[in-house]
Design a protein around this ligand. Structure first.
Ligand code: ZN
Length: 126
């Protein structure tokens, strides 16, 4: 087994993520390895900040969630996937109480649609 066949791990304080070497082969994106790693670290840094943000600062949480979403789009581009918000993992964000990609009205990050915050702004805009 050569080195490139080993799965790669992103080891971050927030979460450990395994990157599949098969997917790098399949997508032919080994050239983007460092970029993909750094985007993952940036995203995990943001999630860690969200976790440390107090629940009564929804504006900060939404801003960070938007940055994390932007990282997910950049990751999709780096892997060679189309930009697709339906593939994002936003519902596992800290302080989010949406249930598996179904927006909960009382989620302080994705809910509050009636208070002028539109979910679609975060997830569908380019
Ligand atoms: Zn939510």
């Amino acid at each position: 087994m050569n080195n490139s066949k080993k799965d790669l791990w992103i080891r971050h304080e927030y979460e450990k993520i395994k990157l599949s070497s098969d997917l790098f082969d399949k997508m032919d994106c080994w050239d983007n390895l460092e970029l993909i790693k750094s985007l993952h670290y940036s995203r995990l840094d943001i999630l860690l900040k969200m976790e440390a943000t107090l629940h009564f600062h929804p504006a900060t949480l939404r801003k960070l969630a938007k940055e994390a979403t932007e990282m997910e789009y950049k990751l999709q581009e780096a892997w060679g996937f189309p930009r697709d918000s339906s593939k994002h993992y936003w519902s596992d964000s800290p302080h989010c109480n949406c249930f598996y990609k179904t927006v909960s009205d009382n989620c302080i990050i994705h809910g509050f649609v009636d208070k002028g915050y539109l979910f679609i702004d975060m997830h569908e805009s380019v």
